[in-house]
Design a protein around this ligand. Structure first.
Ligand SMILES: [Zn+2]
Length: 107
């Protein structure tokens, strides 16, 4: 009856260097915006910035984004940097990703 549940193949693990590699291309920003909407709909308000370890667009962006690695930000607003709010993976050339902070769940 529930056989279909177990027949589903688990997709291969994403390479650590660029978790968004399968999405690289025109639809990546929509994918990330969709992720944000899904997290907010699930009651998840914060996420952790994850630097992929691979360089982003340029040295300046890479240095900044590596500094943000592991920092928490509001999904609704983005990560505050000076007067701007930025999101991982959105700026051109950025390879960063995010991890949802699930309330009450500690790693
Ligand atoms: Zn980045």
């Amino acid at each position: 009856m529930f056989g279909w549940l177990f027949k589903k193949k688990t997709p291969p693990p994403l390479p650590k260097s660029d978790p968004l590699q399968p999405y690289r291309g025109s639809d990546i920003k929509e994918k990330l915006a969709h992720d944000d909407q899904r997290m907010l709909a699930a009651g998840i308000k914060y996420a952790i910035w994850l630097s992929s370890g691979a360089p982003c667009a340029d040295d300046e962006m890479t240095a900044l984004h590596q500094k943000l690695d592991g920092k928490r930000y509001s999904i609704a607003k983005g990560m505050r940097v000076g007067k701007r709010y930025i999101r991982p993976g959105i700026e051109d050339g950025c390879r960063c990703y995010h991890k949802a902070v699930i309330p009450g769940f500690k790693e």
